[in-house]
Design a protein around this ligand. Structure first.
Ligand SMILES: Cc1cc2nc3c(=O)[nH]c(=O)nc-3n(C[C@H](O)[C@H](O)[C@H](O)COP(=O)(O)OP(=O)(O)OC[C@H]3O[C@@H](n4cnc5c(N)ncnc54)[C@H](O)[C@@H]3O)c2cc1C
Ligand code: SF4
Length: 329
């Protein structure tokens, strides 16, 4: 295997030995994997004091130390991307930090106009998910959609069971989502699911799978989008207030959709609407992206721990069925 480096390694790595350290050093990406890996009811996710992200809280210190399975499943510490992709695809291939290892790269889009209407890109994630559901390969798919409450909007993670459900979850949420909390729920319910989420979330699932055989059974398929990182919930509130709205007025929000590269849209209950091209709106918010270290390995020569900042890549599963969708592409 040959590494094709593009990202700069960094040695300025905080010492992280527990879930508490992950949160303290700002490395938590708010995925919920720790809560899913911990004993039932021993942990939960709570909004942090500044309302930025959900972070784990230990409810039962006699059952959870923060250094056990909950820590082993945490992608905030860094993901052994090289090992994870070698376990899936073998050692033989070249690897880029952006893509990981890959068998085949193809460009595609959905030809279903109802999927294309709200897709962030070409609707491929939703089309593949719909195919797996409708052909009976899976019973459900993890998705994220916005819910609107008196304090504004936040994403919720849930299981989609139909094409219609999938469409309600379309569109990129450029903010944290609690997708890995669904792992516990799916294991408890049984069946087969497509785990769809950000690459770090898929990586967290892979860590859990290596320890929990039942997780591997329940999630025969995974699908990750590309991810250049994201800001916290304050970005949503900032966008809403920047356009002169108050969060409780909002009845619809999307970061991106309606064509390529698409627009952000805010609609209020009293009929006001604003749209702004992607990605103009994220500039100038002053809200930093969540920190991530996604790869770690020991340098052969020095034995030093090296980490790379940023990086994401889709995780491909061998034998993943190909969507054979007739029609123009
Ligand atoms: C946080 C984030 C950062 C990204 N950064 C980049 C980038 O830098 N460069 C790039 O080329 N592409 C990036 N993407 C990918 C891009 O925005 C689209 O998500 C992707 O191309 C899929 O488009 P689609 O039309 O096939 O998906 P759609 O049909 O719109 O479906 C998207 C699916 O992803 C799910 N989803 C959306 N957001 C989240 C989330 N935060 N957590 C879990 N599930 C989610 C939705 O519920 C839906 O099921 C990013 C996406 C996200 C979520
Ligand atoms: S597993 Fe996820 S939610 Fe838990 S500490 Fe790590 S990054 Fe944060």
């Amino acid at each position: 295997m040959k590494w094709l480096p593009w990202w700069e390694p960094t040695d300025s790595v905080p010492k992280v030995e527990s879930i508490q350290d992950v949160v303290r050093t700002g490395l938590c990406i708010s995925c919920g994997a720790c809560v899913s890996a911990a004993p039932q009811s021993s942990m939960r996710m709570v909004l942090d004091k500044r309302g930025r992200i959900y972070v784990p809280e230990i409810l039962d210190p006699s059952a959870v130390s923060g250094r056990g399975p909950e820590f082993e499943a945490c992608p905030g510490v860094g993901l052994p991307l090289g090992k994870l992709s070698a376990d899936l695809l073998g050692e033989g291939m070249d690897m880029t930090l952006e893509l990981g290892r890959y068998r085949l790269a193809i460009a595609a889009r959905s030809t279903d106009s109802s999927i294309l209407a709200e897709a962030s890109s070409g609707g491929v994630m939703t089309e593949i998910a719909a195919h797996l559901l409708e052909k009976g390969y899976v019973d459900g798919v993890t998705i994220a959609r916005f819910e609107y409450g008196p304090n504004g909007l936040r994403p919720v993670s849930l299981i989609a069971r139909s094409r219609e459900d999938l469409i309600t979850g379309q569109g990129s949420k450029y903010c944290p989502t609690l997708t890995n909390l669904l792992v516990r729920e799916c294991i408890a319910e049984g069946g087969r699911y497509l785990f769809s989420g950000t690459p770090c979330q898929v990586g967290a699932l892979r860590l859990a799978m290596s320890r929990q055989p039942e997780a591997a059974k329940v999630f025969p398929y995974t699908m990750g989008n590309f991810c250049g990182g994201y800001r916290d919930y304050r970005l949503i509130d900032w966008l809403i207030s920047k356009h002169g709205f108050v969060p409780s007025e909002v009845k619809f929000f999307r970061f991106r959709g309606g064509g390529q590269p698409g627009t952000m849209v805010i609609e209020t209950r009293n009929g006001r609407r604003v749209s702004e091209p992607y990605p103009n709106y994220a500039r100038g918010s002053g809200i930093p992206k969540l920190k991530r270290y996604v790869l770690h390995r020991r340098d052969r020569g020095t034995g030093r721990l090296r980490l790379w900042r940023r990086v994401a890549g889709p995780v491909h599963v061998p034998g993943h069925p190909v969507v054979d969708h007739p029609g123009p592409v």
